[in-house]
Ligand binder design. Structure first.
Ligand code: FAD
Length: 442
């Protein structure tokens, strides 16, 4: 391994991770449990926690069985399972304009569930608990990164807020005026990554022309553990099954109606989202019910509504000397297939595997040539997913009669093919390519 730079200077920490979202916190655990000294830096104040009395959070994620495996290995899943989660055993997708429909079931795929819908807050709180048990991770929350310095390698000079002259370490300046030196800095600071900007990494980006409206609703009928999505010409509307505690499920003392809460992700035009956000609750519930063809009966109640602009972005580079990008900082994807967090978790599983392997062999953590192994294993998989989401969005957004006919016939054809469906389901469940060791079933 002589061709790779050796870790010879003592750094303040081995790895500084910026962003303690689901992706950054998972990486901290992978590296911390692997024996590295990790500093986790987060802009928001305080540690996320979760209490059973809390109403469901509007931000949820459909976590694949592969992501579950990763979180189980870190000792995080057991806390998630003891908090609140909803396994889903079926998926139903249909076209608003035509009769094309496709259904997936866990039984057909030979598994007990296709995945779990988990509130982001539940996952984050479980990650924080595991971080508290890991002495090699230090947290600094309530500070933001304002400057980045990256080491030079060969003739490559990295443009950044300031440059450490001749230093081997990467460095960060924080909003409280302090600075940190690290063998490697990881940008896990989300879709509008400040670190990516400071490093001068360009993104290939396009506005999907859609905004996601999210909220939690209660319906007349049970969701029965099925995730449903209707493709409207303006964008997909998803009803994701939620679990809530009995006190929350029956606020008016009802006796029936278990499994009647869903998380809504309604992707639509910005104008339409603005209109829907401004509607009184009862009117909104009526419109939502109509847009969903009343599949779960009356929409009885809606919690507060929030909206998120939907941009697809892909960083041109995932690594530079002393820097790696992960999660939404590297790629932001349309939520229609619920893949964002799962792709980010796969990034950090691969990055940690490569870093720990390199470290054991004496390779410096910030060595760009070694970091490129991570880039090779992740960038093309993410690029394929981003392209697929674009394809779906354009296919289902088209009102051209020919395209409508083809997509309805296509949905019906795929629905009739057991083998093809099984293959698609395996992909959606995260089983693509060679999985890192931490994600393989034990
Ligand atoms: C409506 C919607 C629905 C979605 N549904 C799903 C789904 O079902 N399944 C799925 O897998 N994905 C889903 N996603 C995508 C998913 O939410 C994202 O992919 C995921 O949250 C990205 O995680 P992250 O940790 O990379 O980034 P983030 O969650 O954005 O975390 C970044 C962290 O960095 C911190 N930070 C930012 N800047 C700084 C700074 N300068 N200094 C210090 N800290 C900083 C932030 O405070 C934050 O805590 C959905 C997205 C949307 C918008």
């Amino acid at each position: 391994m002589n061709e790779h730079r050796r870790l010879d200077a003592p750094h303040e920490v081995d790895v500084a991770i910026v962003g303690a979202g689901i992706v950054g916190a998972t990486l901290a655990l992978l590296l911390g449990q692997g024996g590295l000294r990790v500093l986790l830096i987060e802009g928001r104040e305080g540690i996320v926690d979760w209490q059973p009395a809390l109403a469901p959070e509007p931000r949820v994620s459909a976590l694949t069985p592969v992501s579950r495996q990763l979180l189980s290995g870190l000792g995080v899943w057991k806390d998630i399972a003891q908090s609140r989660l909803m396994p889903y055993t079926g998926m139903q997708v249909w076209d608003a304009e035509g009769n094309g429909e496709i259904g997936f079931s866990a039984e057909q795929s030979g598994v007990s569930e296709l995945g779990h819908i988990v509130e982001n807050r539940v996952t984050q709180a479980a990650l924080e608990q595991a971080i508290s048990r890991c002495p090699s991770i230090t947290r600094r929350y309530g500070v933001r990164v304002s400057g980045l310095g990256l080491p030079r390698t060969g003739s490559a000079l990295v443009v950044s807020a300031y440059q450490l002259e001749g230093a081997e370490a990467a460095s960060l300046t924080l909003s409280d005026g302090s600075s940190v030196a690290a063998g490697l800095v990881v940008a896990a600071d989300g879709a509008r990554s400040r670190l990516r900007e400071l490093a001068g990494i360009e993104t290939r980006e396009h506005d999907t022309g859609q905004v996601a409206l999210v909220t939690t609703v209660r319906t007349a009928h049970s969701h029965q553990g099925v995730a449903r999505q209707r493709f409207l010409p303006t964008g997909p509307l998803a009803f994701l099954p939620l679990a809530v505690n009995s006190a929350l499920a029956h606020p008016e003392g009802e006796t029936s109606g278990a499994q009647r809460h869903c998380s809504i992700v309604w992707s639509t035009t910005p104008q339409e989202a603005e209109r829907l956000l401004a509607l009184p609750e009862t009117d909104f519930c009526h419109e939502l019910e109509a847009a969903f063809e009343g599949k779960l009966g009356t929409v009885e109640y809606s919690a507060e509504r929030f909206s998120f602009p939907l941009h697809q972005r892909h960083a041109q580079e995932y690594v530079l000397p002393g820097l790696a990008l992960v999660g939404d900082a590297a790629h932001a994807i349309h939520p229609l297939a619920g893949q964002g967090v799962n792709l980010g978790l796969m990034d950090v599983a691969v990055l940690a595997e490569e870093l720990l392997d390199g470290h054991r062999r004496g390779v410096a953590l910030g060595d760009e040539r070694w970091l490129k192994r991570y880039r090779r294993r992740r960038r093309s998989d993410n690029a394929v997913m981003l392209k697929m989401m674009d394809g779906f969005r354009l296919l289902f957004g088209s009102r051209k009669p020919g395209v409508r006919l083809v997509r309805n016939l296509g949905l019906g054809w795929v629905d009739g093919s057991v083998e093809l469906k099984r293959l698609l389901m395996r992909q959606a469940m995260g089983e693509r390519g060679e999985l890192p060791e931490s994600c393989r079933p034990r």
